[in-house]
Design a protein around this ligand. Structure first.
Ligand SMILES: C[S@@+](CC[C@H](N)C(=O)[O-])C[C@H]1O[C@@H](n2cnc3c(N)ncnc32)[C@H](O)[C@@H]1O
Length: 220
């Protein structure tokens, strides 16, 4: 078992994070013990962050102790691994629009004390600004299936990120256009970030996710 980023482990072709709540699975993943420590297998077919790591992400800004604002938390599959990585000294605020998917996420936050659910529209960061007021967000992560993905990301960055903070944007081409060439959708969407961010790396998520990239950026 090799630690490839602080809190992220690799064995053969598999990824793992250290289980913050030993004995408890989140989405049916495998639990393994290594030198007395319990790890959760990270299914990169079900997590775009996992897929980006698998496909050669060079720099993971999410670290033990980080404060993360995660837009598009859904049921918390990926957030659960982010929660493992940031650990007891870190915090993850998970925003999602859908009350239905948030039900499961709210139960997850009851087990994992570093997760805080926010049922809101990520298009309206002013609605959760007060909730985050005492926290300095180190990483903005976004995975929302909306047409205006870059715009939502920029809006939240303006509210919550300082110069030098990290941004990770998942772009889903098919949410933007069904017909246009996928590469030009990625170019156009990531291009919108360039006035506000230094884009360090753009990672295509295939074969784990079709027509998705993750842009790893630093706020200017
Ligand atoms: C692809 S899923 C996210 C999966 C999740 N990131 C994971 O890896 O476990 C996209 C989520 O974005 C949410 N979403 C879509 N539009 C949104 C918006 N305007 N504000 C907040 N969440 C939104 C949807 O409800 C959905 O749960």
């Amino acid at each position: 078992m090799k630690e490839i980023f602080p809190g992220v482990f690799e064995q053969g072709s598999k990824l793992f994070t250290k289980n913050l709540v030993p004995g408890v699975k989140v989405y049916g993943e495998r639990l393994v013990k290594e030198k007395g420590i319990e790890l959760r297998q990270w299914d990169f077919f079900r997590s775009k962050l996992g897929a980006a790591i698998k496909n050669g992400l060079r720099h993971l800004p999410i670290k033990p102790g980080s404060t993360v604002l995660y837009l598009g938390a859904a049921e918390g599959t990926t957030v659960s691994h982010v929660s493992d990585i940031v650990g007891g000294k870190g915090v993850v605020f998970g925003v999602d629009l859908s009350e239905r998917v948030m039900r499961k996420f709210i139960s997850l936050s009851e087990q994992r004390k570093n997760i805080f659910p926010i049922v809101e529209d990520a298009n309206k960061p002013w609605k959760y600004k007060a909730f985050l007021a005492e926290h300095k967000i180190g990483v903005l992560f976004q995975d929302v299936s909306q047409k205006n993905q870059a715009q939502i990301f920029l809006k939240n960055a303006e509210y919550f990120l300082k110069k030098g903070s990290a941004g990770m944007l998942v772009v889903k081409a098919k949410s933007i256009s069904q017909n246009v060439d996928v590469a030009s959708v990625f170019g156009k969407e990531v291009g919108q970030l360039e006035d506000s961010f230094h884009v360090e790396q753009i990672i295509n998520l295939k074969p784990f996710e079709k027509d998705h990239v993750l842009a790893n950026c630093i706020k200017l």
